[in-house]
Design a protein around this ligand. Structure first.
Ligand SMILES: [Zn+2]
Length: 597
């Protein structure tokens, strides 16, 4: 994005924030908010408790300290009371210019938080800006001071960096209101910026924390292809005036967060040096980019105006996240950056996770969406039995819906058409969508019976006719190692302690429970890492096995009877598929390029 002069402020008052990031070694941002009290005096300010896109209350206000108020430009203190976990009230006469000073501790490197150290400064304004509760529509000028060797990246319009007296530089960002400010994270550091255009729209990726790792030479051309594929779902048009990927690299960690005109990606830096991990990076970028349409613009009516202080409930995360998770791998495949074989292997993992976890019979995709705040972000040993993941299972449900639309319309329409139509009828019309709008978009292209299928997928137990649907596109669902002895236990990494027990499995029937330490199977010692070998050696389907376990320190012998295992799901191209099936597959995944084989 070229840096431009800010537009002049209109008749409205403008909030002012000054963020001092010039002492990154302190891990603190020093913030000053300049606000004018309303006519009747006193002003109440709040800090968000969560970041849109990540549905868990995270209580960012625990990182605030030394919140003090003064008459602006003086050291004359004003009473500043904490009136809620994330709220402060400044007592002042009407129309008083108030300077609120505070510090933000910033030591959490994730896409949704704030992290400041000697190498970089990254933050979401959700963690940083105390905003007057009555003034969420006001524009804000956010002036950021930082080290002069660092450069600042943010999707907000910015003034050119200007030097200050202390040998640092300052830039001012302009947000048109609270929502835009909170939707625009800031990255400052010795970053590398690469730029390109798609359909005449400027795009950039800012790479932070790469160390001595060099970005792949094809990075911008690969991202160009992905952006083109995403745009093609929505009539070859881009919804933003510019877009920037903020890519944070570290030793470890993984995550992405979507914004309207930017996204943050977090990956291990070595991801760029292996073919498979680089593909994961591209998939993550595709996922967050796709959210520029699905979630950041087209979104449920209940998310049209966020409440940044408490849980915002929706039953539609299976569409917001599930469909996006379906498209991320699909866009990379259609862009020719993942082979159909690799695409099917990736989707097979989702299928395996879905089939092997009975939670899909306990809680529908709709209910799992609604419960995101208390389940998905707070997994425990029983999650696989009690809930389903609206990302992975949502992606499988989206694939089934897509294949159903293709089947019903003889390949004339797909889920692409349903999404584009939903986008036009709701976001383009200036409103959020409801389930009825989703139904209308599908019914218009594929009829009421496909709407019924969708209802089956998202409101009932998720148990689609996968093999039958995949056969339409010349893909076979098979199971590796089917029929081997199955118990239904998973161990904690590098231990012999049970992490989870699948409900209804032989282990569950035998009374084996999470936290049990397995000492021996049929009198043979179980050690970390030897379980599979041991089970293969002594386990037999329908033959009772003795497991010696320690439960709360007391030994017990339990009898478990293995059943015949489902095996591991595999999706493979059917070599005997008809021309019609192959054509349907190519229409779905894109024509494979020669290099992909
Ligand atoms: Zn997402």
């Amino acid at each position: 994005m070229p840096q431009t002069d800010l537009p002049r402020s209109g008749p409205l008052q403008t909030l002012e924030f000054r963020i001092d990031a010039t002492q990154p070694a302190t891990r603190e941002l020093r913030v000053c908010a300049i606000i004018t009290s309303p006519e009747d005096g006193d002003v109440e300010l709040f800090l968000p408790t969560w970041t849109p896109g990540s549905y868990l209350i995270r209580e960012y206000s625990r990182h605030l300290s030394r919140v003090e108020a003064f008459e602006a430009g003086t050291e004359q203190p004003l009473p500043c009371l904490k009136v809620g976990k994330n709220r402060f009230r400044v007592e002042a006469p009407g129309d008083t210019r108030i300077e609120l000073r505070y510090r933000v501790y910033a030591h959490e490197l994730s896409v949704r938080t704030a992290d400041v150290d000697s190498c970089h400064a990254y933050w979401n304004h959700c963690c940083v800006l105390l905003w007057p509760i009555e003034q969420t529509d006001l524009p804000a000028d956010i002036t950021i001071e930082h080290l002069k060797d660092w450069s600042l990246s943010c999707s907000l319009a910015a003034t050119p960096a200007r030097a200050n007296a202390l040998g640092c530089v300052a830039s001012t960002l302009r947000a048109r209101d609270l929502a835009e400010a909170l939707d625009s994270p800031v990255l400052i550091g010795s970053t590398k910026r690469l730029e390109w255009q798609v359909h005449g729209v400027p795009h950039a990726i800012v790479l932070d924390g790469l160390g001595t790792v060099a970005p792949p030479p094809s990075l911008t051309t690969d991202l160009t292809k992905i952006v083109e594929q995403a745009a093609s779902v929505f009539g070859d048009s881009l919804p933003y005036e510019q877009y920037v990927f903020l890519a944070l690299f570290a030793d470890e960690g993984y995550g992405g967060l979507e914004h309207s005109d930017s996204s943050t990606l977090l990956m291990p830096r070595t991801a760029l040096t292996s073919k498979a991990k680089y593909r994961d990076f591209l998939t993550l970028a595709a996922h967050e980019l796709f959210h520029a349409w699905n979630v950041k613009r087209m979104r449920p009516v209940e998310f049209w105006n966020y409440d940044y202080e408490q849980e915002n409930y929706t039953k539609l995360l299976w569409l917001m996240e599930g469909w996006t998770a379906y498209y991320d791998d699909l866009l990379v495949t259609r862009a020719g950056l993942m082979s159909p074989t690799d695409y099917l292997a990736t989707m097979a993992k989702n299928v395996q996770n879905m089939l092997s976890a009975p939670g899909r019979f306990a809680l529908s995709l709709e209910e799992s969406s609604f419960d995101a705040w208390i389940r998905l972000y707070r997994p425990d040993e029983n999650t696989r039995n009690s809930s389903q993941n609206y990302y992975g299972n949502g992606a499988v449900a989206a694939m089934c819906l897509d294949l159903t639309i293709r089947r019903t319309t003889g390949g004339k329409y797909s889920i692409d058409d349903a999404l584009h139509s939903l986008y036009r009828s709701t976001f383009d019309a200036g409103r959020g969508y409801e389930l009825a709008d989703v139904h209308a978009a599908i019914e218009a292209i594929a009829g009421a019976e496909v709407v019924e299928k969708l209802t089956e997928f998202v409101m009932g137990p998720l148990d689609p006719q996968l093999a039958e649907l995949l056969a339409d596109v010349g893909v076979k669902l098979t199971f590796r190692d089917a029929g081997k002895p199955f118990l239904g236990v998973a161990f904690r990494a590098n231990t012999t302690t049970i992490a989870s027990v699948t409900k209804g499995s032989p282990a569950d029937d035998a009374g084996i429970a999470p936290d049990d330490e397995v000492i021996a199977a049929n009198n043979l010692r179980v050690k970390p890492g030897n379980w599979q070998t041991l089970l293969a050696a002594v386990g037999e389907v329908a033959e009772p096995m003795q497991l010696l376990v320690a439960r709360r320190g007391i030994m017990q012998t339990l009898t478990v009877i293995p059943t015949s295992g489902m095996g591991t799901a595999k999706l493979v191209v059917d070599a005997e598929a008809s021309d019609e099936q192959c054509a349907a597959r190519n229409a779905w995944l894109g024509e494979p390029s020669e290099s992909q084989g």
